[in-house]
Design a protein around this ligand. Structure first.
Ligand SMILES: NC(=O)c1ccc[n+]([C@@H]2O[C@H](COP(=O)([O-])OP(=O)(O)OC[C@H]3O[C@@H](n4cnc5c(N)ncnc54)[C@H](OP(=O)(O)O)[C@@H]3O)[C@@H](O)[C@H]2O)c1
Length: 262
């Protein structure tokens, strides 16, 4: 048995109908976990479930709705014995400059990215504790780390996710529950599809901000989800790991230095 073997564990993945969530569900299933898939679009969840091998479960939810995080936790615990792993991945983008932003925009992005994430987590925490511990993996964003242009509300939600990650790690460490977050960089999912197809030069220009000079894909994130979900990261909690090819914390600006002696 390796440290990434998840045989016998139950994992919940939100936003599992496509993109990073779908890839994470596949990775956890391949490692042996039984995966509970959640999102709004049942047909897509059924497509994802059909490719999994460990008796996956579908529990649909619209996490924009008030109390949907707590209700989803109850619905999940009604169909599985308990939960060992929670991947809080569902999220929406919000591209608005400060002068464009409305209160409805702020409510929309905070309700899914922050409120429902927290309420689902606190709803499932006691089940994890009752099973001797567990692992929570929150998907935040480099937007919460580096101060992006024109995305103040989205950046606020992702900074909040990283802050809640550290606070819950403190609250639940004694119960054996680890809480970490992954801050993806630019990942080729549906979130970017329209701009990648319509904005000339965007693909190449953004890749220039990445040390590795390429966009990431969903599997680049899913492999790190598996690391945090599994015992391979058993002594890591309260961490945020940028999985961004070197974007948020690596300088890619070309600076011509004068000739130096040392
Ligand atoms: N792609 C990137 O470059 C990037 C970068 C940094 C962070 N992220 C973060 O990564 C996470 C996944 O994004 P992605 O790129 O994989 O995007 P995506 O392909 O658009 O997937 C988003 C997922 O969230 C679900 N979702 C959206 N609204 C929902 C709602 N109201 N209730 C329940 N589920 C909902 C979607 O399913 P349904 O539509 O079926 O509900 C879908 O499964 C997000 O939290 C995002 O902020 C992405």
């Amino acid at each position: 048995m390796t440290n990434t073997d998840l045989t016998g564990r139950i994992a919940v993945v939100t936003g599992a109908s496509r993109g990073i969530g779908e890839a994470s569900a596949r990775a956890l299933d391949a490692a042996g976990a039984r995966v509970v898939l959640s999102a709004r679009t049942v047909a897509d969840l059924e497509r994802v479930a059909a490719a999994l091998t460990n008796d996956p479960v579908i529990v649909p939810a619209d996490l924009a709705q008030p109390r949907s995080g707590s209700v989803l936790a109850e619905q999940i615990l009604a169909v599985v014995d308990g939960v060992d792993i929670l991947v809080n991945n569902a999220g929406i983008p919000m591209r608005r400059t400060p002068d464009q932003l409305t209160e409805d925009d702020v409510d929309a992005v905070f309700s899914i990215n922050v409120r429902s994430l927290l309420m689902l987590t606190v709803g499932l925490g006691p089940s994890m504790a009752g099973r001797g511990g567990g692992s929570i993996v929150n998907i935040s964003s480099v937007a919460g780390l580096h101060g992006p242009l024109g995305r103040v509300a989205y950046a606020g939600t992702k900074g909040a996710v990283d802050a809640m990650t550290r606070a819950l790690a403190a609250d639940w460490g004694p119960k054996g529950i680890r809480v970490n977050s992954i801050a993806p960089g630019i990942i080729t999912t549906a979130i970017w599809e329209e701009s990648r197809n319509t904005v000339p030069g965007l693909i190449e220009e953004l890749a220039q901000n990445v040390a590795l000079k390429r966009w990431g894909d969903s599997d680049d994130i899913a492999d790190v989800v598996l690391f945090f979900a599994s015992d391979a990261s058993r002594y890591v909690t309260g961490e945020t790991l940028a999985v961004d090819g070197g974007m948020a914390r690596v300088s890619t600006a070309k600076v011509k230095l004068p000739e130096l002696d040392n």
